[in-house]
Design a protein around this ligand. Structure first.
Ligand code: HDE
Length: 688
């Protein structure tokens, strides 16, 4: 019998999922090798042959089993969001949300619910690079006492299209082109921009995609959004429209495009490594969860339709109420078993969280269950350990490929008398999910509501909200992406389309991509939403990565003090030298070098501490340091120069100014440098 609490709910704590998974973990270390039938294997090096140089025999069951299993190791990758990475953690409620929702895990402050969170890129295949320009998936499975609740969101609060029926068109357009399968994981090609120009509801989302949001520095430094309007329903049955927001403790930060492209080559695993290493080092990723809420009576009070997924609700108009925090604190044991086999579905809800008539959401409610049938090989994927609810589940569904559970008894139908009509259904009071009784009227029709047809106002709101450097990045991204489009007609259509957002922007794009300036006019929207700009985000030095570039004969006391200060503020320090081993200071201090100029690259650091010194091959050492400084300067990063590093500054392209911090004659160097690291980028630098 399953252990149930008095209110018939399973008792769940933050470790419940881990405990459940423990039953399935197998440690093969120190064991004897067997076949899958548990027969001990005597030879795993040579197949069974007739004669030492003779043919391999069919009889060799171990050979056949080993090869057959290997031949079938692959499952279809996700049709979108194939490249992803996940971690375990828990969600802790700060404040009861009882007034707004009856969801069990949102009632008692302090309640901890286990979660599994998968971040992903949308377009690229499973082996593509992490730092491409793309939307990031942000999918969270809450293992609650009332069953699994999935919040399957993105790091951008809106979407390309308004109706689920258009999703295959969008994805076909953005994926590699079918005739030559290029480009991988990129939107910079003809079919995507042709789609955009001919489906202008995408305007707002494309502005976000061209912005720095699409090249996050880390998954730990991006927001998450439920995108759709969902519904909270409280115990009294009162419904409210809600939009979910995840706010990262480290603020929202991005790469620069040149850097992102270089990282794709230097470390295609940049973002998964960042998450993995942070968790391994105990630097857990944290995000607060909040909702924007709109009363049902206010549904028509706004200049956007709450059911339109291409619109956001400006936070200055509808504030985000924060009510809890997610901490990701445990890496997976096995990426295939957990990250690859996890199956998210926005339709996995619990009582108190419900849907709305957003036609994009309605489309998703069909797609996610359907896609798992082929990807995970049939309907029993809910029995895969990572997908199992931590509370028991009972129904009359039976059989299918790879069924694990052994349902005992004679009865597998409802209603019955032989099992006293069990499993029995539950009333709302007993925790049964009762769909929200929304009143719906209308004629059957295939059309779009007029209230969905303003495609440009919020695209312009977004543009208005950007700081000058952010606007420059968007302009550059457009020129890059549209510049990759071979069809001149498509380039012209894109320019004409984005004149609706901003004439100046469209003129710049036209100039960069060799088409005529636009003739159209921008929409008349003056408002801005400061919450949309990354310039207004949290800045902390915690977990940022500094490369210490060092040779022999440095000033030991100075370097020791600076590194100590960096570590005190949680900055991760890598010591980069000519070769692995030790370098020796002028005062005899030995420092261990854990990376070299070959194994690392400036794009893999947030900042440099240039100590300099002497080396075996001084000329090569000097030129390596020049390269590191010049790249970091070009990417607007802070650079600290130790007293022995000054000659390297003088030889470089770097210019004194914001974010360039010198130790010479500066007693506050350590603190100044930490402040510069926290700032992350210095956009007012002149770069050529
Ligand atoms: Fe998805 N989406 N999507 N999507 N989506 C999938 O489901 C789909 C949309 C999102 O880490 C697929 O299991 C349709 C919006 C994430 O495993 C598939 C539509 C948002 C993930 C699917 C959308 C998302 C997916 C592919 C338009 C942000 C990865 C594999 C109606 C709110 C989850 C899978 C993971 C994955 C369909 C639009 C987020 C095919 C039909 C909007 C984070 O079912």
């Amino acid at each position: 019998m399953d252990k149930l609490s008095p209110n018939h709910k399973q008792v769940i704590d933050e470790n419940s999922k881990d405990k459940q998974l423990e039953q399935f973990r197998v440690n093969n270390e120190g064991t004897k090798m067997t076949t899958n039938q548990a027969l001990k294997v005597s030879n795993d090096e040579e197949s069974l042959k007739a004669g030492i140089r003779g043919p391999t025999l069919m009889e060799d069951f171990h050979f056949r089993e080993k090869l057959t299993h290997f031949d079938n190791e692959r499952i279809p990758e996700r049709v979108v969001h194939a490249r992803g990475y996940a971690a375990h953690g828990f969600f802790e409620l700060y404040e009861s949300m009882k007034e707004f929702t009856k969801a069990g895990f949102l009632q008692e402050p302090g309640t901890k619910t286990p979660v599994f969170t998968r971040f992903s890129n949308v377009v690229g295949s499973k082996g593509s690079a992490d730092t491409v320009r793309d939307v990031r998936g942000f999918a969270v499975k809450f293992y609650t006492e009332e069953g699994n609740y999935d919040l399957v969101g993105n790091n951008i609060p809106i979407f390309f299209i308004q109706d689920g029926i258009k999703f295959p068109d969008l994805v076909h357009a953005i994926q590699p082109e079918p005739h030559n399968e290029m480009p991988q994981a990129a939107s910079a090609h003809d079919t995507f921009w042709d789609f955009v120009a001919n489906n202008q509801e995408s305007a707002h989302m494309v502005m976000w995609l061209m912005s720095d949001r699409a090249i996050p520095r880390s998954w730990r430094m991006m927001e998450g959004f439920g995108v759709h309007t969902f519904r909270f329903v409280n115990e009294q049955g009162k419904g409210r429209f809600v939009k979910f927001h995840w706010k990262p403790a480290l603020g929202v930060h991005s790469l620069v495009w040149d850097e992102a492209q270089k990282i794709s080559g230097k470390d295609p695993d940049f973002q998964r490594r960042d998450l993995w290493e942070s968790i391994e080092h105990g630097n857990f990723a944290e995000y607060e969860l909040g909702v924007q809420m709109i009363d049902e009576k206010d549904e028509f009070m706004f200049d956007f339709d709450v059911l339109d997924a291409t619109k956001l609700w400006p936070e200055e108009i509808v504030p985000v109420k924060i009510f809890g925090k997610m901490t990701l604190n445990r890496n997976v044991d096995n990426v295939f078993a957990e990250t690859e086999q996890v199956a998210f579905h926005p339709g996995n809800v619990v009582p108190g969280i419900d849907f709305t008539n957003d036609p994009l959401l309605q489309g998703r409610l069909f797609s996610y269950l359907d896609t798992q049938l082929i990807r995970l090989g049939g309907p029993n994927f809910t029995e895969i350990p990572i997908n199992r609810a931590v509370c028991p589940f009972h129904n009359n569904q039976r059989n299918g490929y790879s069924r694990q559970r052994i349902d005992v008894g004679q009865v597998s139908y409802h209603k019955n008398s032989l099992a006293d009509n069990t499993p029995s259904t539950s009333t709302a009071k007993e925790g049964g999910f009762v769909h929200y009784a929304e009143k719906v009227e209308g004629r059957i029709i295939q059309a779009r509501s007029d209230s969905f047809k303003d495609f440009f106002s919020q695209a312009r709101l977004f543009w208005n909200s950007m700081s000058p450097p952010e606007k420059q990045h968007i302009t550059d991204a457009f020129i890059f992406e549209v510049g990759k489009v071979a069809s001149k007609s498509v380039r012209q259509q894109v320019v004409d389309m984005f004149a609706n957002v901003d004439e100046g922007l469209a003129i710049h794009i036209a100039d960069g991509v060799g088409v005529n300036p636009p003739t159209g006019k921008q929409v008349n929207v003056k408002a801005s939403s400061p919450a949309l700009s990354q310039e207004n985000t949290t800045r902390v030095p915690y977990t940022l990565k500094v490369g210490v570039l060092i040779g022999n004969d440095f000033n030991g006391a100075e370097v020791k003090r600076a590194v100590k200060t960096l570590r005190k503020y949680g900055v991760t320090v890598d010591i980069v030298g000519e070769k692995l081993g030790t370098v020796r200071g002028a005062d005899g201090l030995n420092v261990i070098v854990n990376e070299t100029f070959l194994t690392m690259d400036p794009v893999l650091f947030d900042s440099l501490y240039v100590v300099g010194g002497t080396a075996e091959n001084q000329a090569k050492f000097n030129s390596n340091i020049q390269y590191f400084i010049n790249e970091s300067f070009k990417h607007y990063k802070p650079i600290g120069f130790a007293s022995t590093g000054l000659p390297f500054f003088e030889l470089s392209n770097a210019k004194a100014g914001p974010g360039i911090v010198f130790a010479t004659d500066n007693p506050d160097f350590d603190d100044d440098f930490v402040k510069a690291i926290a700032q992350q980028r210095f956009w007012d630098r002149e770069i050529y």
